[in-house]
Design a protein around this ligand. Sequence first.
Ligand SMILES: Cc1cc2nc3c(=O)[nH]c(=O)nc-3n(C[C@H](O)[C@H](O)[C@H](O)COP(=O)(O)O)c2cc1C
Length: 203
Amino acid sequence: MKKYKYINKRTLHQYNMQVAIFIGSPRKNGNTFAMANLLAEQLKDEEIDVDVFDLYDHDIEPCIDCRECNKEQLICMQSDGMKKLYAKMEESDVLVFGTPVYWFGASGRTKLMIDRFKPYFVNKKLYGKKAALLLPSAVQIDERDLTIEQFRRLFKALGIEYLDAISMEAYEKGDVLKNENFHNLIIDLKDRILQSQHNVLEK
Ligand SMILES: Cc1cc2nc3c(=O)[nH]c(=O)nc-3n(C[C@H](O)[C@H](O)[C@H](O)COP(=O)(O)O)c2cc1C
């Protein structure tokens, strides 16, 4: 682990901090996109490497419970769009999952991706990474609890540190942009992400 006495934005850049943002909404340029894009912009302004992935642009097959990931190489033997996503997850320091709340849970494509995390339960390659959530939902109160709880338990099982969830009441496309707290909430999350890496470097 690199050690720095004084950690600033330049240092984080030199350390080559990487953030991967996964968008799990099938609605192009909807609320999840808006949240993910602003967070990506904010991080890029801090000279952080950010990659944004639209899960609906990737072919993600279901986990078929073949148990191959329990053997020898401890990796998924399926060959589909997850290959690229696995690689990016493994090289990133911080993972951000954005999904609209669909029936109190994550979107279908997001759940398909989560199911494919089974190799990480055995190979522990995500151990020590940080993660955050972007969750638009039509109703603010209580609608995201189950989604957040599922991710929290998933992160715990995989040894990932949960940072925060930004949940916003939004129904029509672009509703998040009309919320006066939108920028501040995303900036707070950006700061939280940067701080999480400061903590790593200070150890
Ligand atoms: C199939 C479906 C299920 C939904 N289920 C919920 C729900 O359980 N609770 C809720 O508050 N909003 C629900 N919504 C509303 C979306 O979460 C909301 O419109 C969100 O802003 C969509 O984000 P997007 O623009 O990124 O797709 C649902 C929408 C759809 C299409």
